[in-house]
Write a new protein. Structure first.
Length: 361
């Protein structure tokens, strides 16, 4: 339309009257056609103004009022797909993908620290996320917490503690102990430095049991096998049932696998969460009276031999092994160890009065 208006002005300015009249008639016809076209478009649905409104259903309004939450987000914790490799304390931590996992043959230890725990019958240990070390002493009836520099942080009295595990869900320590007349799991509140609660194990005589943590549950070895225990309602169920399961069996967890040492059969066994045996390692020429057991980020198993005075690392499939500590390193009747997956460090009993913190390189 703008173009036709411009042509009309040109006709009026430059064309003779007759020619201008003829041209204007032709232009008038075209304008009329275009105008009718525009009117037809305007009258269609495309040019209608639209107003959007919402009328809520009474049921939906009631739902919004009555329902306080639409669900919940649950975070399941599991081992990450990387491990942290630290060669020296002053070096930056390096992320190592599983494709570059350290093999059994390439596993070596470097002494980082010696801790004087000054106890006679230390039977269990663990480490907390901040690096503090925890030891349980069966005869002295104590659980001792040491700072990263080796100084004692605090100590708590508890009847005949055996093994110990850090329970991150509540920032507590789970300790298997014997409180006459039966065994139990004592939960120690780290903040208040006191026993928060005790979970009875329905075993009415003094026995020694290993303990580990699986998410928000506890894994405990007993004379009847391996139990899964809920510390919040004290419910328990057997994952592994074995009447011949001896006492003093330590346990460890990694992913969906449970690992157990057996001092009587001189063996280490890997189970799945249904209690099915995945593999068993037994070689009495290198491992006698296995006790403490732990697992690294790659699924390799570290186990201590009390009578063989050594530490073995076993491959994730149980097929390969390597002796990484021996009596020549000062081991004398060692019972416990713990692998810190956050720092790639191994806490090992050197003897009853001393422990070593070693970096895995």
């Amino acid at each position: 339309m703008i173009e036709y208006h411009r042509k009309l002005e040109e006709f009026q300015q430059f064309a003779p009257e007759l020619e201008a009249f003829i041209s204007m008639k032709q232009l008038e016809k075209k304008v009329l056609e275009k105008g009718e076209f525009l009117v037809s478009i305007i009258n269609t649905e495309s040019f209608r103004d639209r107003e959007l409104s919402y009328h809520g259903h009474a049921f939906i309004q009631k739902l919004v009022t009555d329902v306080r939450k639409y669900g919940e987000i649950i975070i399941n914790k599991k081992a990450c797909d990387v491990s942290l490799k630290r060669r020296k304390n002053n070096q930056t931590e390096i992320i190592v993908p599983h494709s570059l996992c350290r093999s059994v043959e390439n596993t070596f230890l470097q002494l980082h620290q010696t801790i004087n725990i000054l106890r006679n019958t230390t039977s269990g240990c663990c480490m907390m996320p901040d690096g503090r070390m925890v030891f349980s002493d069966w005869n002295d009836n104590t659980v001792s917490v040491f700072n990263t520099d080796g100084s004692k942080n605090f100590e708590i009295s508890i009847k005949q503690p055996f093994d110990i595990a850090y329970f991150s869900e509540d920032n507590t320590l789970a300790v298997t102990s014997y409180e006459y007349p039966k065994c139990c799991i004592s939960m120690i509140d780290i903040h208040s430095k006191s026993i928060e609660k005790q979970i009875p194990l329905d075993i009415y005589y003094s026995c020694l049991y290993g303990i580990a943590v699986k998410d928000t549950k506890l894994i405990c070895s007993t004379l009847g096998g391996i139990q899964l225990i809920d510390p919040y309602n004290n419910s328990r169920s057997y994952i592994v049932q074995d009447r011949n399961f001896p006492d003093c069996c330590y346990v460890a967890m990694f992913g969906d696998k449970i690992y157990s040492s057996n001092r009587k059969s001189n063996s280490v066994t890997c189970y799945n969460l249904q209690g099915t045996v995945q593999w068993t390692f037994k070689n009495e020429s290198v491992l006698e009276t296995p006790r403490g057991i732990s697992v690294d980020n790659d699924g390799k198993v570290y186990v201590i031999g009390q009578l063989s005075n050594n530490v073995l690392v076993i491959s994730a499939d149980g097929q390969q092994h390597k002796e990484i500590l021996t009596a020549s390193d000062g081991l004398s009747g060692p019972q416990y160890l713990y692998y810190n997956r956050g720092t790639n460090q191994l806490l090992v009993a050197k003897n009853q009065q001393n422990a070593m913190l070693l970096t895995v390189i």
